[in-house]
Design a protein around this ligand. Sequence first.
Ligand code: ADP
Length: 689
Amino acid sequence: MASARGQPLQALGERELNSRAQITPLKSTRKLEADVYEVKAPKESVPKEKPKKKKEKLSALCKTPPSLIKTRTGKDYRRGLFLGEGGFARCFQIKDDSGQLYAAKTVAKASIKNDKTKTKLLAEIKIHKSMHHPSIVQFIDCFEDDINVYILLEICPNQSLMDLLKKRKLLTEPEVRFMMVQIIGGIKYMHNRRVIHRDLKLGNIFFDADMNIKIGDFGLASVLKGTNERRYTICGTPNYIAPEVLTGKKTGHSFEVDIWSIGIMLYALLIGKPPFQSKDVAHIYERIKINDYHFPPDKYISDSARTLIEHILKTVPGLRPSLDDMLLYEFFTTGKFPNKLTVETLVAEPDFSYLTESQSHMNFLQAKRDSGLIQSSHMTPVEILKTDLESEKPKTLLPQSLSPGNTKSKYKEVTEPVLKQRTSEDPANSKLGRARRLEDHGMPYKQSRGHRNKSVSNAILRQECTNILNGMVISERQARIRASSRLPEIEPKTPILISKWVDYSNKHGFSYQLSTDDIGVLFNDGNTLLRINHSSSFWYIVNNPNEGWLAQEYSTTDAPAHLHRHIEITEFFAKYMKTNLCKVSNDDDSIMDQDEIFLRRYTRDEKYVMFEMSNGSVQFNFKDHHKICISQTGCTITYISPDRVCKTLALSQVFREGGFREIVEDIGLEEKLDMIKCALKEKIHASLD
Ligand code: ADP
């Protein structure tokens, strides 16, 4: 095979990118986490005991780049200090004309000997280039000269988590909590884009200048074409390899391997070495396969951390918690949570004793927000209701008291839509899949009516309910504290409200108008069409069991044929609501949130209708015509009176001063807030059943 020396890189097609399952694992020749506990990587399969041959690292072929690196585009860079070395690449500081520093992952062209290696490198570049997340090392550029290929990356000057652990020996739970939220945010981002990292380990997780987490090294990453596709290549780093990679040559592996690595990292950070550590690789594998690990009695670990690790390190991939589930564990929800890490952390154990419970709670929320784990847009990937249409007799429309108008006879004009039901091809490893099977066996899934939801994949809805509930509790506490001291309060912002709605789920779906005048239809197949007001575009938001919601924008004039019927139905509802229903509020608040959001779930109860929105707010339309929306993670309350006067306040202020008396004398606020808390608790509880 001809040497790749001097050849320009070729663009990589989708086919090649997805063909990683057929290729030899790159890591078999790459450096491992070379530290106290890492062992040499195996070749392609589980190794038998045999004398180890020392293999030359490909990175050794990488010569120090010239001090002035000239690119073909004319942009030149100055090479700086050596940063580190992997199995494949050496990394140098590099500076552009403006003085901006980057890391240049440098791969010798001499090491790209064959097409396979070239394909792998191109795959790494292509995948990494597509990633844009605060917890992922930002890919900047890629270029080559005659001897090297340079991957220009955001620089991480504070080394890796492995370097930190080597220095500190053990980390404290508050700092691990903080790091893990950022790591989970980055992984969730990847998984939502069908990317499995497959080499998550302490040595591939870096710190930027502000001590924020940056996940790097996409050398083993793989893109799945569909969520049910599997990968079969045995690859990874021995201590971090998931059991299904070792045993599942036929069944393959998927996203859960990254979840497993989180469990390994958690254990390593809190105990000081990985759980399956052993002198030789074969023994590590044996231990992984039989789940042979222990918590050493001489090392302190809290029960909550231990429980989380035990739940993650389950041999059966489907039993591991999802990324969202993890964040609901006590390990994250209780205990000290810093708002940031400092560089002092690199050398000494930080003291977080000053953190109060409510500060910790706020910091946790903020960390989740910053890591994209609390979304405020339609892109929120969540599982949503799937109305149990078949088993239901046509529902009567809501009584006048609950719906802004009587809608009954108007729907005759709508004929049966040709909605394509999405089916889950092989739900074996999908938690939603399990829920659907339950459904098939006579356990109707009636989430929309407030019944218990057996699906595990509604973790995000659960998380949002938890956030709101916690925020409400904190606001109540804050109200008490503020009586004596001054705490900064969140600026209340009027949320987007559901201003009109009609339930026609016995036929098509649930339609609503937002206070932005956007119109949404939550179709019975769980997908949503959101028509944006004053715009010729709309969003079609598809519910995908493993990925949650994926939104795509289309132009109304250029919509794909399969959405024509959906548009027609949406138009029908829009027209209907315009002519027949009153808006919930007359309020025209200038600081109203203008995001595009959609309805995730609605619940009809005897006393209220509950709406859960994709920005995390919850709206309750009570039977007595009062309406309350709790938003901004439980810190803000909006009240809408029966005569449609709307007012938004900080919830803590309402707790302190007693409510909306200037609008209505007595709205039974306390009772209503209790009802809201109960509803939220019930949702959280139901989804944990
Ligand atoms: P390989 O693909 O060969 O394993 P890595 O991506 O692990 O290479 O990079 C090799 C080394 O280069 C790392 O261990 C680290 O020391 C350093 N490095 C990699 N990326 C960065 C970065 N963005 N900033 C600073 N140093 C980095």
